[in-house]
Design a protein around this ligand. Structure first.
Ligand SMILES: *Cc1c(COP(=O)(O)O)cnc(C)c1O
Length: 444
């Protein structure tokens, strides 16, 4: 057996390239850094030249690690569970961690979402939601399996989820033969849009639903904020109109709160701030505080009753690792912190983070090549006039002590909820510096 130099982070980087695929990256590209440790809001890493860095995680590891790394409450919950049992099948068996979590989720989500399906990841919970809506229509004696979604949407990378992602940005052309053709509405108007603009959009939605209502199993949206499809908020009246239309045609209204849930947009759940309750809500990302992969599908009583009264009587999905006890224990601890903790509870966190984003990102508003600066709750976005240079942004941010992972035209942050005014100032300064480095002069 050859002995690879396992202890060296630099050799980890070398061994990675050509061996492992990274998200949406070429096999031979490898990674920028190798992570050697993480604590609180910081990740410790090593670059290709072997130099160590300690960077603030401006991404919360893709919006999930809201309490930071090695949080004592999270670590204790997992240690406790691992000493009891780490996994057991969920077919025919149950366990405390799953029931505890489900009870917590029913208690914190909008009233009426009383039933829980635990899935392996966000994308899988979206698949289950689409299957649930289809089963619901079957049970009602209807042949309906199409979905209405929004342009600019992102709902995950599995095929069902991909089919309801933005048709252009969502890889539809690459996988045309694999994806069900769905119906799309244009992006809803921004929160500051005029009544005339909002009304025109609602009329368009009404017309589309009038035409295709009898084909629609469900309507699926990211409530109030579109994440990976464009980092863009929209008007609550548009969300309310879609909820109303779903009720009118008896389509299942699915709110994908995988990114927006648990306070990120400035409300515990975006649906609640718009005053609506969906039939189905998908939760993920921050659900486990980013410790393990897990998603939850919350379902209303009336929808669940129809499924139960159908010939299958069951929701036809059952993953091997369903309701993994370690993931459930992490999620229960995370949800507990989110709703009670003074530091990483969503409400005090957003109250600290949101004004720090507004103040810290203000200098970018003056830059000619910046299209827009937007702050929505705990989300800060600098949108450039053209695509971001990812390598340049990564380097400038790291020089400022921050880890950022921009995409398309967006230099953005979804900072950990444990962020302080000081760490927020560091993150926003890094974003502003990265944006400044994109001015024509600097790039030439
Ligand atoms: C990240 C995300 C998903 C997919 O979740 P995974 O855990 O990556 O499968 C789905 N919907 C939204 C809104 C997301 O942000």
């Amino acid at each position: 057996m050859p002995e690879p130099a396992r202890s060296s982070p630099q050799s980890t980087l070398d061994r990675d390239a050509g061996l492992l695929w990274h998200p949406y990256g070429p096999l031979d590209a490898g990674a920028h850094f190798s992570v050697t440790g993480a604590a609180g809001a910081y990740v410790e890493l090593c670059d290709t030249s072997g130099s160590p860095h300690r960077l603030l995680d401006g991404m919360s590891s893709w919006w999930a690690v809201v309490h930071g790394y090695r949080h004592p409450v999270m670590d204790a919950a997992l240690t406790h569970q691992i000493r009891s049992f780490s996994h057991v099948m969920f077919g025919g068996l149950t366990h405390g961690p799953a029931v505890d979590l489900a009870e917590h989720l029913v208690a914190v989500t909008p009233a009426g979402l009383d039933h829980v399906y635990l899935a392996d990841s966000g994308s899988v919970s979206v698949e289950v939601a689409l299957k649930l809506a289809t089963q619901y229509q079957q049970a009602r004696g209807r042949d309906r399996s199409r979905f209405l979604a929004l342009e600019g949407a992102y709902h995950g990378d599995t095929t069902g989820a991909m089919s309801v992602c933005d048709p252009v940005g969502g890889m539809h052309a690459d996988f045309a033969g694999l994806l069900s053709p769905q119906l799309f509405l244009p992006r809803p108007p921004l929160p500051e849009a005029s009544t005339v603009e909002v009304d025109a959009w609602v009329v368009r939605a009404e017309n589309l639903v009038d035409m295709h209502g009898s084909e629609l199993a469900g309507i699926i949206v990211e409530p109030l904020f579109q994440g990976a499809g464009g980092m863009r908020p929209y008007h609550p009246a548009a969300l309310r109109a879609l909820r109303r239309l779903a009720t009118e045609i008896d389509a299942v209204f699915i709110a994908d709160e995988i990114a927006t849930g648990f306070g990120r947009t400035g409300a515990d759940f975006a649906c609640r701030s718009a005053g609506i309750t969906p039939d189905v809500m998908c939760l993920g990302k921050a659900l486990t505080g980013g410790y393990l992969t897990l998603a939850a599908l919350m379902c209303s009583g009336p929808i669940a009753e129809v499924i139960t009264a159908s010939s299958h009587r069951a929701l036809m999905h059952g993953p091997t690792f369903m309701a993994n006890p370690l993931a459930c224990a992490a999620a229960t601890a995370s949800v507990g912190l989110l709703f009670t903790d003074d530091t990483s509870g969503w409400e005090p966190a957003i109250a600290r983070i949101s004004p720090a984003l507004t103040a810290g990102l203000a200098p970018a508003r003056e830059m000619a090549h910046v299209a827009e600066v937007r702050v929505t709750g705990g989300i800060g976005v600098i949108e450039l006039e053209r695509p971001v240079d990812v390598g340049l942004t990564t380097r400038i941010a790291a020089e400022h002590g921050v880890w950022l992972r921009p995409f398309r035209r967006h230099i953005y942050t979804m900072p950990p909820y444990i962020s302080t005014p000081e760490t927020m100032a560091t993150i926003t300064a890094a974003m502003v510096a990265a944006a400044a480095a994109h001015s024509e002069g600097d790039l030439q």
